[in-house]
Design a binder for this molecule. Sequence first.
Ligand SMILES: Cc1cc2nc3c(=O)[nH]c(=O)nc-3n(C[C@H](O)[C@H](O)[C@H](O)COP(=O)(O)OP(=O)(O)OC[C@H]3O[C@@H](n4cnc5c(N)ncnc54)[C@H](O)[C@@H]3O)c2cc1C
Length: 446
Amino acid sequence: MRPPSAQSHDLAVVGAGAAGLWSALCAGRRLARKQLPPDRLSIVVLDAREKFGAKILMSGGTRCNLTHVEVTPDDFRGGNRNRIARVLRAMSEKEARRIFEEELGLPTKTEPNGKVFPADDSARSVLQALVRGLERHDIAVRGGSRCVDLVPKGDGRWQLHCVDPGGAPLPPLFARRVILGTGGLSFPKSGSDGAGLEMMRRLGHTIVYPVPALTPVVLDSPYHAHLAGIATPVALDYLEDGRSVARCVGPMLWTHFGLSGPAALDVSGLWARTRADRPTIRREVFASFLPEESTESLEARWLESARRHPASTLRTLVTDLPRRLLDTLLEHSGLDPARPLAQTPKDERRRALLALLRFPLPVIDVLGFNKAEVTSGGVPLEEIDPKMESRILPGIHLVGEMVHVDGRLGGFNFQWAWSSGCVAGESAVDALLSPPGGDLTLHTRR
Ligand SMILES: Cc1cc2nc3c(=O)[nH]c(=O)nc-3n(C[C@H](O)[C@H](O)[C@H](O)COP(=O)(O)OP(=O)(O)OC[C@H]3O[C@@H](n4cnc5c(N)ncnc54)[C@H](O)[C@@H]3O)c2cc1C
């Protein structure tokens, strides 16, 4: 039997998730914009799974919140603000949306909270649009190719060792440039299990310890299980050593283990990141269940109502919260919800205001990677140059969740995938077309 023959490509994109697919698309678009034929460079996309793009399909409750109407560096954590801003500028949310609509034929819509979805609410349409886009640039995705090792060949090329889903070695593959978009560790059953990060660690990169983010929160309280199923809008204030760090606003859901829903998910990564990096820091989370109110405005309203209706109680005054939640918050603060406000001493009134506007939530943990929408941690931006190329491994670009940048809930993580993928895809093509030592393009086609 003849040994499997080696294949050479100009660019290999490893990982056909959002970041890898967009990198390849932007590579193809770059060639087209330079009016070069698609076969000017040989580009291949590899994915461990036969059915790639699992995370796109499951995203946004299978509706895929593909970006947000307004994206700023403050919507992200991890890297340096200026570096993140620079990456975002290369492919803004408006440009990503324009490409989806005008080039990939995917109409989109904006919801009142600013989240952008495909107009047909179908994540599958997003994946199909991306694949269609790649086909237009003659770029194939090869599923069932798990990359297990990357070896520098000394002649500027990288050798990719890949195995099939059964673990059998596939024919050796060489590439002059590699874009690594193998994701973080969240939802490992979707295909991203941290293998790419481990390869980068072996090859000399620092890996910021990965922790789950955008994941439900575990409480140690006597009341949360009793409140399970109740959802209300909240603002969660996150403090470190008494200093306010972030305010996460949105719906929150009580569960039998603690909290879920957008506001709780947003706080989870901050809490878990600091626990991993600076465990001695005191972390506190306070909830406001009436986020539009301040203690002054709420007290003034209560006093006015009590003046007009002397029998008013906290229960009759606070009508915006489910009774079970209101009673629990007040009783946990040692207050009687049925007591008329007119008979409530000032210090108790003060405690009632704090129970509703600054209720301490005893967070003791967050759920793990199996429940986390995203990973905080990965290759630090300091080890990646402005072309998303590794400063340690020339010819390797890093994109998406591989990088220690994670966004808040609302389409920001896909936007990071589009923006970082664009930078990597375009700069890889530019480098391939004008290498320092002249044009060495490999013409071996897939
Ligand atoms: C349930 C859920 C819902 C989400 N909803 C949203 C949302 O609505 N909006 C939003 O902005 N973000 C959302 N996210 C986050 C978003 O999906 C991710 O941030 C984004 O998909 C990351 O893209 P990526 O390409 O970097 O990684 P991934 O999507 O994880 O893709 C990595 C790919 O690499 C492949 N791979 C891994 N290892 C190898 C290897 N060794 N060799 C070859 N291939 C490999 C995997 O099979 C996978 O296809 C959600 C996440 C989850 C889990």
